[in-house]
Write a protein that binds this ligand. Structure first.
Ligand SMILES: Nc1ncnc2c1ncn2[C@@H]1O[C@H](COP(=O)(O)OP(=O)(O)O)[C@@H](O)[C@H]1O
Ligand SMILES: [Mg+2]
Length: 372
């Protein structure tokens, strides 16, 4: 009897976790990297205050349902952490005992699929002895699954603040960026083999994402040009194949105030046997986005025409594990492959981006138009 209103309440919570159409513009900008500003604007919106309350109520119910896995003491959800996706992230911990974990609740079916994937990845990483000590940077799963139709994940909280918080300080910046690349290299070096971009690898790098993009933009001739260019460039090239993070950018990396990495979060796009160079390129593209306040597509368009690295970028590339694929196939081609993966991952998990004209124009069509 008591179950029915509760289910209704949770359904309402799930609906309310979803961004409204009016928010899509904000989301597109956030995804483009201007997150701090947008979050400040978002926090004062009344509809978001209501959504926060709904998200907290849903999280509290899920925490109560998992009391046993969480040690028996009653837990409560705390502060809502701003995100750029269809997932509500809240601090959580024993009542009166501070924040020990993060509870993530998916607001859409696609976000739920991503969250279930993330749980499998986190479990696989912790079970992978090749990673040794590096695993202390990976969140442990305290609980996860589906509760009355809502997919959720409760992760142990890793210490530290977002890496971008320390980047403005020039003294800390170099250490922070190098530490981020070292952590990524530990992931790659521990899990990768010297491989070749054979037909199977090229299918994952080119054929499959091109098919996803065709689903979003239709059968444009530019897609054939991108596919031909990447297939030719990567044809049987030496590449390291291993575990990738899939969304390695400063917003998913935590560090100490001195710039030493303490955690890597948000593993939903991680793959087991992928071209590890894509993670390194994604890190550098998103760093340029932050510095130049440009969108992903704009940075990649520039890389397609000017393949030079700054001294700082070159230094970071030298720290990365595996062969320098950018030297073998050219910076532009690695950037193009990384972009293709990025936009198609986004379109798969957040289908509404496909209908956001500004996002599509700047991040998809701008790049397609540059590939001659
Ligand atoms: N396990 C964790 N420990 C500490 N902070 C976390 C953890 N998981 C997420 N966060 C914080 O919450 C933010 C959003 O979580 P994330 O999983 O990256 O969501 P999104 O998919 O929206 O980017 C992260 O940028 C990070 O600051
Ligand atoms: Mg994230």
């Amino acid at each position: 009897m008591a179950g029915a209103p509760r289910v209704q309440r949770l359904r309402a919570a799930a609906e309310d976790l979803t961004w409204t159409v009016a928010d899509v513009g904000h989301r597109a900008v956030t995804a483009a990297g201007a997150a701090a500003h947008v979050d400040a604007v978002r926090a004062v919106r009344p509809s978001n205050r209501r959504r926060t309350e709904r998200a907290r109520a849903a999280a509290d119910e899920i925490l109560a349902a998992n009391a046993e896995a969480l040690g028996g003491a009653p837990w409560a959800a705390g502060r809502l952490i701003p995100t750029d996706g269809d997932v509500a992230v809240l601090e959580a911990g024993p009542v009166g005992g501070g924040s020990q974990a993060l509870i993530k609740v998916a607001a859409t079916g696609a976000a739920g699929v991503g969250m279930a994937a993330q749980q499998r990845v986190l479990d696989a990483l912790h079970a992978d002895n090749r990673l040794g000590e590096m695993r202390r940077l990976v969140p442990g799963v305290l609980a996860g699954g589906s509760y009355r139709g809502l997919t959720y994940l409760i992760e142990a909280r890793l210490p530290g603040e977002r890496l971008d918080a320390v980047l403005p300080d020039q003294a800390t910046r170099t250490c922070a960026l190098q530490s981020a690349l070292d952590a990524l290299s530990a992931l790659h070096a521990g899990t990768s083999i010297d491989g070749i971009a054979d037909a199977t690898v090229r299918a994952g790098l080119v054929g499959e994402p091109i098919a996803v993009l065709a689903g979003a933009v239709g059968p444009l001739p530019a897609l054939d040009r991108v596919a031909l260019r990447l297939t030719t460039a990567f044809d049987d090239v030496d590449v390291a194949l291993g575990r990738t993070h899939g969304d390695y950018w400063h917003g998913n990396i935590l560090c100490t105030p001195g710039g030493h990495v303490t955690g890597i979060v948000d593993w939903e796009y991680s793959r087991a046997d992928d071209v590890t160079a894509l993670d390194v390129m994604n890190f550098l593209v998103t760093l340029r986005m932050r510095e130049r306040r440009e969108e992903y597509g704009t940075v990649v368009v520039n890389m397609l025409t000017d393949e030079s690295w700054s001294d700082g970028e070159e230094e970071l590339l030298e720290r990365s594990a595996g062969p320098r694929v950018d030297r073998e196939v050219g910076v532009a081609n690695v950037a193009l492959a990384t972009w293709l993966r990025h936009v198609t991952d986004m379109l798969e998990r957040r289908p509404d981006f496909g209908t956001h004209r500004l996002w599509m124009r700047r991040n998809v069509h701008a790049v397609l138009g540059t590939v001659g």
